[in-house]
Design a protein around this ligand. Sequence first.
Ligand code: ADP
Ligand code: GLC
Length: 480
Amino acid sequence: MKILLASSEVFPFSKTGGLADMVGALARALAKAGHEARVVTPLYRGIREKFPAMRRVDWHFDLPLGLKYVQAELWELDLERGLKIYFIDHPGYYDRAGIYLENNLSYADNAERYIFLSKCVVHLARYLPWRADVVHVHDWQVALVPALIAQQKSEGWGNPPRTCLTIHNLAYQGVFPEDAFMLTNLPDSIFNTEGAEFFGLLNCLKAGIAYADFITTVSPRYAREITTEEFGCGLDGILRRRQKDLVGILNGVDYSEWNTTKNPHLVKPYSIGRMAGKKTNKLALQKELGLPADESTPLFGTISRLAEQKGVDIQLGALAEMLNTNMQFMLLGSGSPEYERGYRDLSRHFPRKVAVRFGYNETLAHRIEAGCDFFLMPSRFEPCGLNQMYSLRYGTIPIVRAVGGLDDSVVDWTENAQLATGIKFDEYSSRSLAKAIRKALVLFNQPKLFLVCRRSAMRADFSWDRTVHEYINAYQSGIQ
Ligand code: ADP
Ligand code: GLC
């Protein structure tokens, strides 16, 4: 099949979170399975310098955006067989210090930047000599694409590709003042409660839910959750109405990036059969982050966007209680200044037990996954979550709240004592999380059992090779 994917971030070109990992890995998996995948994404600052093999395409866009016309250029990069990346080059929109924000403030023109991106995606889908069977868009930034395609179809575009929307996170909907709708150049009839309107505002994700031929989300449990009021973020009604076209497909992992045997970020390789290297990584990590290097102290880690979703409040509460026992904790994160302050205070309070690093650091992310004994992910909600899956492969036992993809990817003792890969808790409270941490400490003190659990975790296989056909099935079910 021919699949045109579109996303505001794609690893290894740009990344703020799991969206980039997922789109980069899915595109590669589709190509590896013998399909043709092409990806559209913005040319952000620094990408051209890092990927000098990319070429300028002789094609200038000049697309209507409200009352004006906006121009852009196109670059392409053949990443591997069957996989091409298109970069939309508009320096005014994308050549900036951040992707979505700077100094914790979202760019004021994000509606304009991503409505324009969406229009470029539609233009490519329509006028590339390579005709996609399916246009697969990810998250609110490109969620207007299905409505734009539907509109062009009604105006005479014969036989356009089918459209698939993947919701990576319902909490981010791309909601803007009504005026922004004008930038879409769509007819007013689309700005209604069954379309792009949400309480008088433009809601890009809602337009995608309304107009995509089919909708996926990134785990089966999250697909069920988002049709309930509790997790639906105000869109559960329209999602229930579209339930027969909604499917949850658990994300896969790109093990060529996330592995412990051939990984330039790690101090020493290790594997199920040769676990000694994990110890070396732990000691090096403790040293690197300025904690006492001691193999016998259980080490807990978290790598996260510091947002409400990630359960920061209950984590700070549980750690304040548990750090009086013999344990260490380290955090790599970035996000809300208030949450950063919370972790900084914790590290001041327990300077020999807590290390925190703020900012984005790819190498340290791999080292924390490899060096820690346990990975904490107490999310309030979690569409899929990739870090817990990375932890499993790195033999770092995940402690997760049983929601969304966390519940779908981790096996607790109570579910299967032989095949347990982690520790789960249900109630969203510091008390429940502290209890889960206590269970982890008990496990740590039973080395044989701990090793069994580590081995089961490392054996768990979430490779895309196993799941990419679920996307193919979804695409094909959409093709009549
Ligand atoms: P989400 O997409 O909600 O942030 P995921 O678990 O799906 O959560 O994916 C997070 C991804 O972002 C992982 O690859 C993780 O390693 C990475 N990540 C998050 N914060 C940082 C950071 N501060 N430095 C480096 N990588 C980070
Ligand atoms: C979102 C979700 C996360 C998911 C990722 C990739 O950022 O918050 O749970 O793993 O997208 O699909």
